[in-house]
Design a protein around this ligand. Sequence first.
Ligand SMILES: Nc1nc2c(ncn2[C@@H]2O[C@H](COP(=O)(O)OP(=O)(O)OP(=O)(O)O)[C@@H](O)[C@H]2O)c(=O)[nH]1
Ligand SMILES: [Mg+2]
Length: 525
Amino acid sequence: MARRRTFAIISHPDAGKTTLTEKLLLYAGAIELAGAVRGHKARRHATSDWMELEQERGISITSAALEFELQGRRISLLDTPGHMDFSEDTYRALIAADSVVMVIDAANGVEDQTRKLFEVCHRHRLPILTFVNKFDRPSRDPLELVDDLERTLGIAAAPVNWPIGSAERFRGVYDLQRQTLHRYEREAQGQHRAPVDISSLDDSEARAMIGADVYAHFRESLDVIREAGTPFDVGEYRAGRQTPVFFGSALTNFGLEPILQALVELAPAPQPRPSDSGTVLPTDERFTGFVFKIQANMDPRHRDRVAFVRVCSGRFTKDMVISNSRMGKVLRASRAYRFFGRDRQSISVAYAGDIIGLVNPGHFAIGDTLHSGMPLRFPDLPRFPAEHFARVRLRDARYKQFDRGVKQLEEEGLTQVFYVSAGRREPIVGVVGALQYDVIVSRLRSEYGVAVEIEPAGYTAARWLGNPTGPTPSPGGESVVAVDRQGRRVLLFGSQWALQYFERHHPNLPLLNESPVATPTTSRS
Ligand SMILES: Nc1nc2c(ncn2[C@@H]2O[C@H](COP(=O)(O)OP(=O)(O)OP(=O)(O)O)[C@@H](O)[C@H]2O)c(=O)[nH]1
Ligand SMILES: [Mg+2]
């Protein structure tokens, strides 16, 4: 357990999370050749963007888990999507991690989505390593970038290394503690490790290569951070009060060894977790974990649904009998895997910190607590209410596949599904962000072989009735009464105004913005 390191990579869209992930895999020796996020058909894709639509668009849509060994550590990395339409998935991945790597685009500084994700990390006291990326392109001054981190996020930022030049004149990074200069040579396509030459600051050959004015500017900023900068302190980092800052370029392989080394040396081991029956220590004997993600059809040969479980304590063994606290049911975990993007490997044992996949024949839901021994329940995972609603119309006659697809995507937490008319041919599908509709269309086609059309429906909010047996007052206007898959009544409101009007007129009718069973209950009750 003590050698596990589990972290998530987060940032605003496009800052380079997937590229950095790929390069960390390359530098850790987990892959031999780095793939790219975008590019030629013939070139290999980044390991963590395994989904067809991700490769087509060059963006991450769903979080990916990758496990690899490095210097005696067992590392589990979660590459998350930056786009806010997919942020529910990102938030859940964060809760499965013990620490975070935050990526900043050197030209843009701290961007919106990074700030929001930072706040979640801060609330959960997750230690954060910062990687300022894309120094091979025109960048903001590094002093300004450090200042931006401190001001915008309100966290102390301690540079661990410092960039020398930027854009075409980016020459490498200077290690502030070891006082060594890492000079890099650009590696044409960044598929292989870049050659690095380590020397001291006074090396005249190094100085000549850097160029007099870049060198002079670098010396000046070095004086400033030595005088006025936040000194690095591992205790402050672990407490989530300080973020160590690294500079580099994931694409051209600059500055990757130092951040990888920091993950090995500084990132925390599995941490204790709160539960309804007290703090669960990773060293507790009983096995505990929770489901933070469900993904169907990752492997076209298996076409199964995988529940991703963060192991929080104890030892998991294959064929173990475990309980699901939401259902109060026991089951045998006969098929368990570890993941490397899309690829999986059977495992027979796992420990706290590990992320394992259990094949899910409908037994698990997101947020479920799994355990051996005495029952307990981990806190609920974040769920965002749907804000966009559309009718999903089947365009051919493959109704069975359609219904299965709609059901499984709902199980993944991607959608909420409602039925307004009798029959199930035209569900109304609610999502957090409109980009999810592209995902639905693409996945229904590629994974279930059905063609669908999306037609916007004029609703803006869904509310379940808190007392399911009472009468349902008519919401009137553009709003309607619908049912979910389990037949529970849901009001779909035509506008925020209509929702507020309804609430004012029915003050004693509790409305819920999540389905009532989605909240797990302990098996003790
Ligand atoms: N010049 C340059 N481009 C980079 C660098 N790192 C990433 N990129 C490019 O930036 C774009 C976005 O990179 P990704 O790695 O997909 O970014 P991401 O943060 O994973 O994006 P999402 O997952 O969609 O939020 C791609 O075109 C990359 O090739 C870098 O260090 N330098
Ligand atoms: Mg990505």
